[in-house]
Design a protein around this ligand. Sequence first.
Ligand code: FAD
Length: 527
Amino acid sequence: MQKEFQFQVLPEEAADQEALYKLASQKAYIPFSDIRHVEVLKRSIDARQRIIKVNLTVRVYVNEDFVETPTWLPDYPDVSSAEEVVIIGAGPAGLFAALRCIELGRKPIILERGKDVRDRRRDLKAINIDHIVNEDSNYCFGEGGAGTYSDGKLYTRSKKRGDVQRILKLLVGFGATKEILVEAHPHIGTNKLPEIITDIRECILAHGGVVKFNTRVTDILLKGDAIEGVTTASGDIIKAKKVILATGHSARDIFELLDRKKIAIELKPFALGVRVEHPQSLIDTIQYKCDDRGTYLPPAPYSIVKQVGSGTNTRGVYSFCMCPGGVIAPCATSPGEVVTNGWSPSKRDQPSANSGIVVELRPEDFKAFAKKGPLAAMAFQQSIEQMAWKEGGQTQRVPGQRLLDFTNGKLSADVPETSYKPGVTSVELGSVLPDFIYKTLQEGFREFGKAMKGYLTNEAVVHAPESRTSSPVRIPRDQETLEHIAVKGLYPCGEGAGYAGGIVSAAIDGEKCAEKAVGYVAEVVGE
Ligand code: FAD
């Protein structure tokens, strides 16, 4: 017999099978000797009270042996001679689109401008150490896309996006820990992601798909109102009737290409701000209300949102992509710009906690760039990244300011070393950020300081800018067919097209676009 129930335990109890048996026995009135196994189905930390508890949903096996469910992957057929679907971009959207194509009997041809995960490492080293940005291979471009050298957080704010659990199960099938199916806020970590991405690529190749690295798409070929193929930087023409465009939010050349070719795109407001780094121990103290988090609690995350300003000037300021025990990375995709983002290893064991703190933007914020039409938000984003590069010293050094100095508009006398490897230059960040963003962030941080005692400190360092939070452009598509509103056979997909915001939602969108491209119609269960 199996019994499922929920209870709260202390963190040390959650880590101890014997303790869980005892608790299950007491709470469910099951004789201890009848319990064969306690399987944890869901786990989350409740840090709202002084005594921190872990919420568990468990399944107790009573006089019944536990049989571990094997990891699952679909029964992928060989598609080497099947009809082709061209996929531009090997980020989560492109890779999951390719897997779904294979599952549904089509041959995916992935064209990726960057290198495979192993060779990509050299370019990450070059940007961190030598300040050299490779425009095709960096933290955003290359196999696995922006998701590879990331924190690998796997939760999505909107449950409406689709079947999150299916994506998590696929990731487990490709080698991710089963814990991601249990944790309320699962993450994988930069050290584990490349291996998973490699396994996905090997699966695609083993079943007859094609993956071409160092292959930047430079043109989209049309015949009337339908796609006919693409051209690559080396001049090759690849004919295709179905093209999934999953090039991510940083592929500015693709947005410019679409605009030049008069393939409709739209301005999309995004969020922009800074990335702040605190000692992890300080965040632990604030969040867990204790001096030391001990052995059983993970490095504490935080998530905060405040509305600041008044009337029509009210704006949301919020934490974005918070990385406990993580590192701030230089994420520029072109020389002459500075961009920050964050990652963490699977253990999140680095000494600092970093988070994007961003301000929501509106269409009217991009007025100064109106002549750029639908590319106005992108031009605004680019101008701030270029200003950061200039103020930081025209290398990958990032302009930075101590947090309290930032809120007081005061240049920091010095800025300590942070996890951002290329280095930090002390700059009064009002010279990098537009005034309305600077002031909104200052007010936002003051509000955060009231909600999280100790947060507003000069021990923390603000780095600017955090600017690639989501795409500054939307590529409009038909809600039903998911094809571009004016180009048959072209499927704008993932974060760059404006239909995802993170690894899991990009993967879900990749699957959806693949289904439409192959003409798959889901069976309706129960009719
Ligand atoms: P992308 O991942 O951007 O992939 C697009 C791909 O297209 C790239 O590989 C690029 O090289 C390729 N490409 C671009 N132009 C061309 C072209 N012209 N020809 C051929 N190929 C092209 N999200 C989370 O959910 N959790 C996190 O913890 C997280 N942390 C992050 C940390 C960092 C450092 C970064 C940079 C991002 C992070 N993100 C995180 C965001 C996440 O990575 C993206 O939301 C996700 O990768 C978007 O997937 P995508 O497939 O739509 O696009």
